[in-house]
Design a protein around this ligand. Structure first.
Ligand code: HEC
Ligand code: HEC
Ligand code: HEC
Ligand code: HEC
Ligand code: HEC
Length: 369
């Protein structure tokens, strides 16, 4: 009887199979996933998330409401956060270790649109996982099934669509007006790579589970940004062409940067870097996302937009123009407000794309890519 009581809470809460339990049959996908942000989404694995929580209204109220998207299999936390929350994230819990867990994503049956944030509807069948493989073979651990969200490659927008604060300001901007409902997130962020999806049936390819993004594997996405240079008489223009359906700075803490230099006869001229940002705040001043009442500044390059920047410099034959486009995870101001300004890993420049053009005689036509 004593044992039964001890086991009871585990049965009540452990509704999602752990990531660990997928490892034996899906070793390649499991390994890739260790790199993905989704497996680093908890307070204990992401120093930026932790620092943000510590300055959020949540922390003052001794709450943790981030679980819904960051550690959505933490049933204990989620069950209690509506009323007086007494449970805090536990470093030893499987849900905190798993982050956005395998079994969670693979049980998203449908997504309900909601004003503040969308809601993932989770299938009640604990051991049926959705996916897009054809002719799956049977296995002793789980069944497989299909659904529309997986077919459309946008099972992501339950968490990535929008997140409004109490003033109605949208914090992330992937899909504010559901304009991306038909965009296939998977095609770019989970491209097909070599290796079998399970070791029980040999197949050539599987969907990449490292989830290419700013933190890791960013160069997998460089092909969706093209760069061109156009030479004017006394100036030149650089165009960044965003071939993705969403803006290039989604999270309000990020800074996208364009760095340009010209090399002429071994002399280097560095131009002032251009930043592309989306800053939230009140009365033209930046605030934390929770206090923001408006978008103070938005120079983020929009989905499918071509953005042209002008440089007052007369190019000539043989000049080498070096163009670098990349990101800082946090702006300097944000890093400081989070107390992370000395963390080298968090403050490094992350290169998305580099292009070098050599100026030809009298070539005024756009030089591409
Ligand atoms: C509606 C879902 C949702 C909720 C609720 C949510 N987040 Fe997030 N959060 C996301 C998504 C999606 C990302 C990734 C966005 C991106 O990279 O563009 C993210 C990323 C972040 C990041 C950037 C992490 C990094 O390492 O770069 C921070 C910081 C963050 N969230 C803080 C919080 C805090 C603090 C809370 C709770 C008060 C919270 N979030 C609640 C969905 C959510
Ligand atoms: C006993 C071995 C085994 C374990 C354990 C296992 N799987 Fe599978 N899984 C398989 C096999 C076999 C297939 C079918 C592979 C094929 O046909 O190529 C599969 C297919 C899948 C698919 C594809 C479904 C589709 O229709 O496209 C998903 C998703 C999946 N597994 C998720 C998981 C998750 C999540 C876990 C851990 C919680 C897990 N699996 C644990 C053996 C296993
Ligand atoms: C349960 C909520 C949830 C779902 C569903 C979800 N994500 Fe995420 N995603 C997050 C959170 C939270 C983060 C940020 C984790 C962190 O850094 O702390 C994130 C981070 C990312 C990042 C990394 C961004 C960066 O800055 O490096 C990418 C890329 C991403 N998600 C793509 C996807 C794709 C593609 C899908 C759909 C197949 C998806 N996500 C489904 C919650 C979710
Ligand atoms: C045509 C390719 C393409 C499609 C489709 C696409 N993305 Fe992206 N995504 C990109 C590129 C390029 C970047 C910028 C480079 C980067 O952040 O790694 C990016 C960046 C991101 C980031 C990180 C941004 C940040 O500020 O942290 C997230 C999260 C993300 N995409 C989620 C999604 C979701 C969700 C969908 C589906 C609604 C989607 N993407 C559809 C190409 C694509
Ligand atoms: C953020 C959501 C998300 C998470 C977390 C996630 N997957 Fe997937 N997974 C997907 C999507 C979407 C597909 C379908 C890809 C496609 O259609 O190309 C997929 C496909 C699969 C497949 C079928 C193989 C294939 O190439 O389509 C297997 C097996 C699988 N996942 C297992 C896992 C395992 C194991 C984990 C954890 C280690 C995991 N997934 C974590 C979203 C996720």
């Amino acid at each position: 009887m004593k044992y039964l009581l001890l086991l009871l809470p585990v049965f009540l809460f452990a509704k999602f199979a752990s990531n660990e339990s997928c490892k034996s049959c899906h070793p390649i996908i499991y390994e890739e996933f260790q790199k993905a942000r989704h497996s680093h989404a908890s307070l204990f694995k992401d120093p930026i998330h932790k620092a943000a929580w510590l300055i959020s209204p949540d922390y003052k109220k001794k709450k943790y409401t981030c679980a819904k998207c960051h550690t959505p299999t933490d049933e204990k936390l989620l069950a209690s956060f509506d009323y007086k929350q007494t449970i805090m994230p536990d470093i030893n819990s499987t849900a905190q270790k798993d982050g956005v867990a395998c079994a969670y994503c693979h049980r998203i049956k449908s997504i309900e649109n909601n004003e503040t944030q969308n809601i993932n509807i989770i299938s009640k069948k604990e051991h049926v996982y959705f996916g897009n493989l054809k002719d799956t073979i049977k296995n002793p651990f789980h069944k497989t099934a299909n659904n529309k969200r997986f077919q459309n490659g946008n099972v992501c927008i339950g968490c990535h669509s929008h997140y409004r604060n109490k003033y109605g300001t949208n914090i992330c901007s992937t899909n504010e007006h559901n304009e991306l409902d038909s965009a296939n997130c998977v095609s770019c962020h989970m491209p097909k790579v070599a290796g079998t999806p399970s070791n029980m049936k040999k197949r050539k390819q599987h969907a990449y589970h490292g989830f290419a993004g700013i933190h890791n594997d960013i160069t997998m996405l460089s092909r969706y940004i093209s760069v061109e240079i156009l030479r004017g008489i006394d100036r030149f223009f650089i165009a960044i062409n965003n071939l993705s359906p969403h803006a290039l700075t989604l999270h309000p803490m990020r800074v996208m940067q364009l760095q340009v230099s010209v090399i002429r006869d071994k002399n280097v001229t560095n131009f002032k870097s251009k930043n592309f940002v989306r800053i939230l705040g009140v009365d033209n001043n930046m605030t934390t996302p929770w206090k923001a009442k408006e978008i103070v500044k938005n120079t983020s390059i929009k989905g499918n937009e071509k953005r042209v920047s002008t440089y007052m410099y007369k190019l000539k034959k043989g000049d080498i123009v070096n163009i670098r486009i990349g990101y800082y995870l946090l702006s300097k101001k944000v890093a400081k407000s989070l107390g992370l300004q000395n963390n080298k890993k968090v403050n490094r420049f992350i290169l998305l794309k580099q292009k070098v053009f050599i100026i030809k005689p009298n070539s005024f036509a756009p030089l591409q890519q």
